[in-house]
Write a protein that binds this ligand. Structure first.
Ligand SMILES: Nc1ncnc2c1ncn2[C@@H]1O[C@H](COP(=O)(O)OP(=O)(O)OP(=O)(O)O)[C@@H](O)[C@H]1O
Ligand SMILES: [Mg+2]
Length: 244
């Protein structure tokens, strides 16, 4: 079953920059797709269009049964089903971890507080942060904050997760603890669209690699095949420039 699909998506920013130039992509339920490519090629834009954070000029986007690009679609419903985690964790600094986690389920879903609290503790346990429920974000390391941000996205019981450079602002030795959480989610069958600069992570976690350049998907491949023998000259050049 297709959970995310984009068909001929075009997006131009108000300054005239064509960030997406005819993107077709579909992600099956339980599939993990990693989007890679040079800075400015449109990866974040693509991700943001999927949950309606960024309007498009033309094309259709469907996710978890919601036609995001149709007039009248309630974006709040889309975002309940599709969680997103960014590079900056943007937790509310004055609230404890638990309160940060309970906010969206209470406000958006009107969830029962004790059930939500139980779920939060369960998820915190799973990412190794059971003892941090009452801590405030400033008392956490970057990796811990990012794990809380992932838990926050999971609180809504999303059908899919969109992850945009979630390790980009972390120290190298902390990157691993966050990536391990994502690997665990992939193993559990979570559908994910992941933008990353961590090539070894992309190779390990993804079912498919999508390589973008200048607003277009240039190449799609199985991770091992893509990284050992990329077909397009552009992807070859990109991989050759990287320092592993
Ligand atoms: N709000 C905006 N207004 C105008 N142009 C924008 C805006 N956001 C992004 N762009 C431009 O659109 C292009 C794609 O940006 P995007 O953020 O999607 O790239 P990216 O692939 O995520 O890059 P990076 O790897 O650096 O995060 C870039 O050239 C960028 O300058
Ligand atoms: Mg980006």
């Amino acid at each position: 079953m297709e959970l995310i699909s984009l068909h001929d998506v075009h997006k131009t920013y108000p300054n005239g920059h064509q960030a997406l130039r005819g993107v077709d992509l579909s992600v099956a339920k339980g599939e993990v797709v990693a989007i890679i490519g040079p800075s400015g090629c449109g990866k974040s834009t693509l991700l943001r269009t999927v949950n309606g954070l960024e309007p498009v000029d033309s094309g259709t986007i469907t996710v978890a049964g919601h036609e995001v690009t149709a007039a009248g679609t309630k974006l709040r419903d889309v975002r309940t089903d599709v969680g997103m985690v960014f590079q900056s964790y943007d937790l509310f600094p004055h609230l404890t971890v638990m309160k940060n986690l309970l906010l969206a389920p209470k406000v958006v879903q009107g969830a029962d507080e004790s059930a939500a609290r139980e779920r939060a503790l369960e998820l915190l346990e799973r990412v190794g942060l059971a003892d941090k429920a009452d801590a405030r974000p400033r008392e956490l390391s970057g990796g811990q904050k990012q794990r809380v941000a992932i838990v926050r996205a999971l609180m809504m019981q999303p059908k899919a997760l969109l992850l945009d450079e979630i390790t980009a602002s972390l120290d190298p030795e902390i990157v691993r603890e966050v990536l391990e959480v994502v690997v665990g989610l992939a193993r559990d069958g979570m559908t994910m669209l992941i933008v990353t600069h961590e090539m070894s992570f992309a190779r390990a976690v993804a079912d498919r690699i999508v390589f973008m350049d200048a607003g277009q998907i240039v190449e799609v491949g199985e991770p091992d095949a893509f990284f050992t023998a990329p077909q397009s000259e552009r992807a070859q050049r990109f991989l050759n420039q990287l320092v592993f």
